[in-house]
Write a protein that binds this ligand. Structure first.
Ligand SMILES: C[S@@+](CC[C@H](N)C(=O)[O-])C[C@H]1O[C@@H](n2cnc3c(N)ncnc32)[C@H](O)[C@@H]1O
Length: 312
């Protein structure tokens, strides 16, 4: 049966609901609806919720439509990059909750034709939106230095220079069109057998670059505050240290009244806190949850409540 849990186990579901859904929740945005597992639980948690279900991947939305079929009259599906939903949110009116569950879904990882996994033979695509630049095109266009920088920054890949050179060589020699070809190139740059962990780091780094994942998150964090009701909740799940740091810094900055350096005696920045952070420490999955869903092991949950906007 087509069902969210056949594709993707929603990560830290209880914690997400605890922080995201309140008795006052009316309009909730799932900005990365994926297979709709979190979304379905949100709809069950509060029958007054209308959900804006967003994903850039049309295949994800097809699955989410099935998962959420019982709630069809309370869900609006939007195919979009969450970095570009400012107008959609303004039109929808005040938002009471936003969930951002970053990264890839199991459906994307486990579909060979999407090219996300080094363990499955498929074309070198990795584009979540299924349109625009593919991983192969990205590699062809990037210089050796750019490719190396991407691997270092997004994957903390050791021997990034040599691996980047081997990948570029394969691309220049028309020997790079599949995930298998990329794996062979990585192995050649690493000097032989390459553990799955390092293969994953390289694939992840290229995926993050192809989909401009950090750029999208930065834009999203800029657009969200203007569209939130007072008391609205923001809950994020990130799987990469750079994403988590961006969210942590955003929450710290926006929950602070004055951002002047300590040496300035009188505040001149006039910055006012718009958030209250609800997770004093980042929340991680429990051991039991990691056992049940190893793919969620690197998840980091943060939550905040908006202090500004219309009163709920
Ligand atoms: C980890 S999955 C979400 C899983 C979902 N919470 C569930 O319960 O099934 C991440 C989803 O976010 C989507 N996504 C990633 N970046 C996006 C972006 N910039 N805009 C919209 N959707 C995005 C992916 O296509 C993927 O379906």
């Amino acid at each position: 049966m087509l069902d969210a849990t056949n594709f993707h186990i929603p990560v830290m579901l209880d914690k997400v609901l605890e922080y995201l859904v309140t008795p006052n929740s009316r309009l909730v945005v799932d900005a990365t609806v994926g297979a709709g597992g979190h979304a379905r639980a949100i709809m069950n948690a509060n029958p007054a919720v209308h959900l804006l279900a967003i994903d850039r991947d049309p295949s994800a939305l097809d699955i989410a439509r099935v998962t959420l079929a019982d709630y069809a009259n309370r869900v609006t599906f939007v195919r979009a990059n969450y970095a570009e939903i400012g107008a959609t949110l303004r039109e929808a009116g005040g938002v009471d909750g936003v969930l951002l569950d970053l990264g890839v879904s199991s459906m994307q990882l486990d579909t060979p034709g999407r090219g996300f996994s080094h363990g499955l033979a498929g074309p070198l695509n990795m584009n979540m939106s299924q349109e625009g630049t593919t991983a192969l095109e990205f590699i062809r266009r990037a210089s050796h230095e750019e490719l190396m920088a991407v691997m270092k920054k997004f994957g903390e890949v050791r021997r990034a220079g040599r691996i980047a050179r081997a990948i570029k060589k394969a691309a220049d020699g028309d020997m790079l069109s599949t995930t298998r070809d990329l794996k062979v190139a990585i192995e050649s740059g690493s000097g032989g057998y390459t553990p799955p962990g390092r293969l994953s780091q390289v694939f992840q780094a290229i995926r993050i670059a192809v989909n401009d994942e950090l750029g999208s998150l930065e834009k999203f964090l800029r657009l969200v505050p203007a569209n939130m009701n007072r008391g609205a909740r923001l809950v994020t799940l990130s799987y990469h240290s750079l994403e988590d740091r961006m969210i942590q810094e955003f929450m710290k900055r926006e929950s602070t009244d004055c951002l002047c350096p300590p040496s300035v005696p009188v505040c001149s920045c006039a910055h006012k806190a718009i958030l209250k952070v609800l997770t004093r420490r980042v929340v991680k999955p429990t051991t039991a949850e990691v056992e049940k869903n190893p793919r969620g092991r690197s998840a980091r949950l943060r939550a905040a409540e908006f202090l500004t906007g219309e009163l709920l």
